[in-house]
Design a protein around this ligand. Structure first.
Ligand code: FAD
Length: 472
């Protein structure tokens, strides 16, 4: 069997790696010589480990971290999403407590716990992150340079991949449904049994050729653009933390990702609320320098109705994108790759298997969009028209019920949503000072003193990396 992947961004090389390591396919990857890759996607989630184990590259972790300017991530830190100066709360990796309601009732009873301290009180990983420490025996993910990441995958796992530098300009069908070959700008054709669209927001195959309908998420999300750059460290020993920082500002939020070489940063904003140039100025004001190279990225927010049609599958930004809050882009790529590889394990997929795959991908995108929306829907900010609109808009409860509605109903507890171990919902809801309406099952048990003592023994991010991986 032969697979043809179009696109040489991180989703293209992750797809090539998956097909080389897990399926017995001949792989060709076509990459445009003149359309640059997005070059973003530097903060991952813990689920990234699932893909690493699935494709079997765990033993290369040290090499991967060294070569990609990698660092360790334990949590996401959200600042000023509740109020303009409301401070920060954490969403850490790792298992959640069985009964967060116990914590809330203790808070209400004694008043001694602050909602910004929720995560540090119920999950020791949040405490590690809050103290700037690193512990590979606790749950973690990675920060890395997105361009170096693609290059690493290519060098290490894709030696047998045929790599063609050309633009795909057309296609030939076999039986009016399945693709037979892709036509390149030099007139040549590339034949395959399966075609994977990794062309980013261009969605060349699934959008332009197949014309699969696109479903926008603008019923729950405003942000559709980003300014991005990298800035040098001022004080690396302090700034190299184990968190991705997300700071809400006038018309969206700014990410801060500590890599080994520098800090990745970007302003995600709503073009309905501010012009491109004014947004750039707000970003410059926030990071405090204009002496760096800036890149502007318009984002296509939504998903295709089906991402597997006939013998074309879209993976990565071509399939859909929610917006980068909660680092949800790459998780969608590797989750879909795991699903795809499992589906193809016994040979070509029947129509039913494709429909099951499509239903699963749709649900993942839609639930992620709802989850991201709660960060705006639960705000109390009204200091700019953008935040007023986030506060006042309707979030379409039909779509939003997975997360939003449960915050105000008893269902939240009964359905287990609030305590579901894999759901980060309770970290965000609690950080936004949303109080569950149900009574606790167990009393709150305070472990913080114990955890603080253990965390004190751990190295900081900077200490860990200078001793284990990198030399200054
Ligand atoms: C602003 C922003 C921030 C993000 N931050 C995060 C994050 O922190 N964490 C996270 O998990 N995810 C994040 N993401 C998502 C993440 O960046 C993407 O999931 C990831 O980069 C995959 O991109 P891609 O490979 O699909 O597309 P791209 O990187 O855009 O690559 C597209 C490829 O297709 C090629 N191409 C296009 N047209 C043609 C053609 N006609 N013929 C041949 N080749 C073609 C291009 O040359 C390129 O090689 C972010 C996304 C954005 C937009």
């Amino acid at each position: 069997m032969k697979v043809c992947i179009v696109g040489g961004g991180s989703s293209g090389w992750m797809t090539a790696t998956t097909f080389r390591k897990k399926l017995d396919y001949e792989v060709t990857l076509i990459e445009s010589p003149n359309v640059p890759i997005s070059g973003v996607g530097e903060s991952t989630l813990q689920h990234f480990q699932r893909w690493i184990d699935f494709v079997g590259i765990r033993e290369d972790e040290d090499e991967f971290i060294k070569e990609t300017s990698g660092t360790i991530k334990h949590a996401i830190k959200f600042t000023n999403f509740l109020e303009k100066n409301s401070g920060s709360f954490y969403y850490p990796f790792g298992l959640s407590p069985k009964d967060p309601n116990g914590w809330w009732s203790e808070q209400l009873r004694t008043g001694r716990l602050h909602h910004n301290e929720y995560a540090q009180n119920i999950n020791h990983v949040a405490l590690i992150a809050a103290r700037g420490k690193v512990d590979l025996n606790s749950d973690y993910a990675y920060h890395f340079d997105a361009i170096k990441y693609g290059q690493f995958l290519k060098r290490k796992y894709c030696q047998k991949v045929e790599h063609i530098r050309a633009n795909v300009v057309n296609y030939v069908t076999k039986d009016r449904t399945n693709f037979y070959s892709l036509v390149l700008d030099d007139g040549s054709e590339v034949e395959a049994d399966l075609f994977i669209d990794c062309t980013g927001f261009a969605a060349k195959l699934i959008g332009e050729f197949v014309e699969e309908p696109f479903v926008s998420f603008d019923h729950v999300l405003f942000n559709d653009s980003a300014w991005t750059t990298h800035i040098p460290y001022k004080d690396k020993a302090k700034e190299l933390t184990s968190v991705t920082e997300c700071t809400a500002i006038e018309n969206g939020w700014v990410w801060n990702i500590p890599l080994w070489d520098n800090v990745g940063t970007g302003y995600v904003y709503s073009s309905k609320h501010i012009s491109k140039e004014d947004a750039k100025q707000q970003f410059i004001n926030h990071i405090g320098t204009d002496e760096v190279e800036f890149k502007h990225i318009p984002m296509r927010i939504g998903r295709h109705e089906n991402t597997w049609v006939s013998n074309v599958v879209a993976i990565g930004l071509s399939a859909g994108f929610v917006e980068p809050l909660e680092s949800n882009g790459l998780i969608m790529v590797h989750d879909n790759l795991i699903k795809l590889a499992k589906t193809l394990r016994r040979g070509p997929a029947s129509q039913l298997l494709k429909e099951m795959y499509n239903a699963d991908v749709r649900r993942d995108f839609d639930q992620t969009a709802d989850f991201i929306a709660i960060h705006y829907a639960f705000t109390q900010r009204k200091d700019t028209p953008y935040w007023k609109d986030c506060f006042n808009r309707s979030y379409d409860l039909n779509q939003f019920w997975h997360y939003g509605m449960r915050a105000y109903s008893r269902e939240m507890h009964l359905s287990n949503m609030y305590t579901h171990p894999e759901s980060g919902f309770h970290y965000v809801a609690s950080g936004m000072n949303i109080c569950p309406l149900t009574e606790p099952i167990h009393d709150y048990v305070d472990h913080v003193g114990e955890w603080e003592a253990a965390v004190k023994q751990l190295p900081t991010g900077y200490e860990y990396f200078t001793s284990k991986y990198q030399k200054e």
